[in-house]
Design a binder for this molecule. Sequence first.
Ligand code: ACO
Length: 430
Amino acid sequence: MSEEFARLTIGDTTYKLPIIEASTGERAVDIRNLLKETGLITLDSGYMNTGACTSSITYLDGKEGILNYRGYRIEDLAENCSFTEVAYLILHGDLPTFEALKSFRQDMRRFALLHEDMIHFFDSYPPNASPMSILSTTVNALHNYYPEMNESEDPYGGYTVTAARLLAKTRTIAAFSYKKSIGHPLVYPSPRMNYCENFLNMMFDRPNLPYKIIPEAVSALNKLLILHADHEQNCSTSTVRLVGSSGANLYASISSGVSALWGPLHGGANQAVIEMLENIYADNKDFEKYISKAKDKNDPYRLTGFGHRVYKTFDPRAKIIKNACDDIFEILDINDPLLDIAKELEERVSNDQYFIERNLYPNVDFYSGIIYRAIGIPTNMFPVMFALGRLPGWIAQWTEMKEDRTRIGRPRQLYIGHPQREFIAIKDRG
Ligand code: ACO
């Protein structure tokens, strides 16, 4: 806590509000006692200014375009680590030793299977069922088969086991949801493959047509999952914390996070980007039509993949993904017209006063869909890929919330409806 105070004057009374300092220097006015002392609440729809917790997982500086997990730069992690290594870092707070990583990888293999009874769930969905809906409900149902353990029940670290299970099984559920959506037989996880290889194999292996692992695809997938692994208090993570704050179990909380991620303003954006680029392409590359629609205040249309609540200079993840995009297209010798459309759209937007004035730059979703396409992931699976990447972050944030003994989340409101009025029985209402 800093020595400084903010002063709030209401009428004749001045209140002193403590200033709290973050380890990286940002400061916050502590209003936790505001209601008790002044009788007033604060109003902050969309939580533009409200810090909901303290956290030691992810540091983000939107002005400088900095993103660190547990103190490590995202650029270093994306360049040098596997997703499993980063997941360990996010969950445990430190990079793993060689032995710890080996054991964590074994957990990913050991826990990869689903209880065989759960396989029937996949048969109950209609054809073309949305993979995001299957993911959300099946993750929730894991609780019935693998009740979470806490540390006191389990000498090997209960939550650690539950977290490893969730990571391993959610990958299996994600791949099964895709196989189900195209009516193909499910491919079970292999005990011989690493995390990303296993996922790609479960997605693309077919009877009589074995999937050949492409190292460049594995490496691109690792990078994308790392870049999505946590992003502090966004909509889905806040949902996970809020649901968990009621005492709901980890699976239920993560399942709610999946639902929150689904929307096109959040994790559904990568799918919407591809649809937007396809529309521009099909419309004879009429960029101006779409840019004008996005600028028209009477039209709700937006250029998906541009803008971010916290990044106001650039999104560091978008920068890494754009470079990765060029690399993978060159290595795999792919020619996708949507990549050219994306680059031209970015160029036009970067020179347009409307977007410049509002600090609207490409976000993580702008180029990620193009890479997913390049490695064969279908568009309706993009939000699922995002969820898979975000999983370590959600689990770590949920665990931190528990450890901090956070109170149940319960925002206030300003009521603007009718004052109390007299009830009139239906026979007298006319
Ligand atoms: N296209 C056109 N105009 C936009 C866009 C866009 N993509 N994004 C913001 N604006 C405009 C708004 O109309 C508003 O203009 P105004 O000040 O004249 O009213 C201004 O920029 C500020 O926008 P807000 O909606 O107030 O910004 P907010 O922080 O609430 O929203 C969001 C951020 C949701 C990401 C927004 O920029 C958006 O809708 N982008 C497109 C969807 C998208 O790409 N989402 C993925 C985000 S990244 C992620 O979740 C991983």
